[in-house]
Design a protein around this ligand. Structure first.
Ligand SMILES: Nc1ncnc2c1ncn2[C@@H]1O[C@H](COP(=O)(O)OP(=O)(O)OP(=O)(O)O)[C@@H](O)[C@H]1O
Ligand SMILES: [Mg+2]
Length: 202
């Protein structure tokens, strides 16, 4: 099973994936792959590499196939986590979208050293559910985790709960375990006015 850990920059994907890696999960750092090999050049305006999604998808499938073979797992059983805000575009079996309250997200991005323009752009995207909508449009199974006020370890535990629900339980039990992660549980609409106040571009 290929699982995208996605969400707006700053929601904590890499922090959570690092913790899950320590717990024994296989994780691919998609952003690193994009900057090293799987890109179609550098976008000077956005100051980032343009991902080559087609090649990335093939690469991810290959890694998953050979890891499952090595572990003698079937492909459904072997979990490969993809860490990136574009991982939901790579045809995963499941997308888990990490969410963060816009005010808390701004703080996290500030701590991460993002410039104010980028903070504003990402906070607006989070408030409008941009990544969530993209994930729902492309993936059959999508779940959300609200990371607000949760430690990295607690968020990782939520990911593990989703994964174990998907793998091991009866339909009824699965529904019960996944109920709190269903799409629609996170709603930042009360922040829209503040986040878009004095917005020159809209
Ligand atoms: N659950 C959390 N609670 C508080 N702070 C967090 C949490 N998770 C991550 N952080 C902090 O938020 C910042 C962003 O985290 P991280 O780099 O993991 O985000 P990301 O989603 O991988 O971002 P990007 O898309 O830019 O790679 C870091 O400074 C990190 O320490
Ligand atoms: Mg990251």
């Amino acid at each position: 099973m290929i699982v995208a850990i996605t969400g707006t920059p700053g929601v904590g994907k890499t922090s959570v994936c690092s913790h899950l890696r320590e717990l024994g999960f296989q994780v691919i750092d998609i952003n690193k792959l994009v900057s090293e090999r799987f890109h179609k050049g550098f976008d000077n305006k956005r100051r980032c590499f343009v991902a080559d999604l087609r090649k990335l998808r093939r690469h991810v499938k290959r890694i998953h196939k050979s890891a499952a073979k090595e572990k003698q797992d079937n492909r459904r059983k072997h979990i490969l986590l993809l860490d990136s805000h574009i991982s939901h575009l790579l045809h995963p079996d499941v997308a888990i979208v990490l969410r963060a309250n816009p005010l808390e997200l701004a703080e996290r991005l500030r701590r991460k050293g993002f410039e104010e323009r980028k903070i504003k752009e990402n906070v607006q995207a989070e408030t409008l559910d941009v990544i969530l909508v993209e994930a729902v449009e492309r993936c059959k199974f999508v779940y959300e985790i609200d990371t607000t006020g949760k430690s990295v370890e607690a968020v990782a535990e939520c990911v593990r709960e989703i994964l174990s629900a998907l793998r091991e339980h009866t339909e009824e039990r699965r529904k019960e375990m996944l109920a709190k992660y269903e799409v629609g549980g996170v709603d930042w609409s009360e922040y829209v006015e503040d986040v878009f106040a004095h917005c020159d571009d809209c």
